[in-house]
Design a protein around this ligand. Structure first.
Ligand code: FAD
Length: 279
């Protein structure tokens, strides 16, 4: 039995927050919202300035093309490229572990329907990543969604415990915001009042609360993330997001991510691995 956080519930709590149904999310969404473009004119100008008249490559994926150009600059190997095109070139880069070349391919991803526990793990990935996350100081969380782990959602008893706990935390958050707004009533700036109230009240929000995060990362960093988080050792939610990202990236840039092989764990969730580890 879960005990209620606020025992002497004031009437406003029941009226405003008590009847609110929990909106529960079980699947993350990953959107690839940005990719690079190549300035072909500038590339031609560079090649002409260096007396290379006819270098071309066979990929339409800007990130892959930019990695090849960057790699070829290292040895000025534009004049006599080996056969096999961009795929073979990037394959060789993976083979020899010249990973810094892969930092020139950059992707912008928007991830929603994920919990704060997930983003807490995600932002531990530092090198080559940029983040912008929904602010709990500025955004009102009195209307919020929650991410329920599958192993809890599929068990009626665990599900009931989880729902009650989440609802209690959420109700306490609403009450605290209201009371803190009263406490700061003398402050003339309403935005400042709200910020002070929300930033303190959010301390009772559960890890399960849904959040949104904009992620920009280069291919080398994404590969390292996928290796660590699409593995059987990773936590289920981050593994699902890593798998969703890999699905998108394998379609988007097979030369950079096509070497990962999929597998399935006994619980039906997916894992991926590559022989080209931490390039
Ligand atoms: C299964 C699993 C369990 C985990 N459990 C825990 C846990 O219990 N507690 C916990 O705190 N974390 C935990 N983590 C997080 C883990 O410790 C890393 O913080 C996270 O995976 C990011 O890895 P990273 O540092 O290699 O990545 P990034 O920060 O992206 O760095 C990439 C690489 O760059 C290099 N690098 C980056 N920064 C530096 C630096 N400052 N100095 C030198 N080299 C650097 C390293 O080679 C590093 O591998 C866990 C991760 C996994 C996958």
């Amino acid at each position: 039995m879960v005990s209620l956080i606020v025992r002497d519930k004031p009437p406003c709590m029941v009226n405003i927050y008590g009847a609110m149904a929990l909106k529960i999310i079980r699947e993350p969404r990953v959107y690839l919202v940005g990719r690079q473009i190549v300035d072909e004119g500038q590339v031609r100008e560079f090649l002409a300035d260096h007396e290379v008249d006819c270098w071309t490559t066979d990929t339409d994926v800007a990130g892959q093309k930019l990695c090849e150009i960057a790699g070829r600059v290292c040895y000025m190997s534009f004049a006599r490229p080996r056969p096999g095109g961009n795929q073979a070139y990037l394959g060789h880069i993976l083979e020899v572990g010249h990973g810094s070349v892969l930092e020139h391919a950059v992707f912008n991803l928007l991830i929603t329907g994920v919990s704060r526990s997930f983003t807490h793990e995600l932002v531990r990935h530092r090198a080559g990543f940029g983040y912008s996350q929904l602010s709990q100081r500025y955004v009102d969380e009195s209307v919020a969604d929650f991410v329920e782990p599958e192993c809890i959602a599929t068990d009626p008893c665990l599900d009931a415990i989880w729902r009650e706990a989440v609802q209690n935390c959420h109700q306490a958050y609403g009450l605290l915001v209201d009371r803190l707004m009263e406490k700061y009533a003398d402050l003339p700036d309403k935005t400042q009042r709200r910020k002070l109230a929300r930033q303190a009240a959010r301390s009772v929000l559960p890890n399960a609360i849904e959040t949104k995060i904009f992620v920009t990362a280069n291919a080398r960093a994404l590969r390292h993330f996928i290796e660590l988080r699409c593995s059987e050792h990773a936590e289920v939610e981050i593994r699902n997001v890593a798998a969703a990202m890999l699905d998108i990236l394998q379609k988007e840039a097979p030369g950079l991510f096509g070497d990962y092989r999929w597998g399935t764990l006994p619980d039906g969730t997916r894992v991926a691995e590559t022989t080209h580890r931490k390039v």
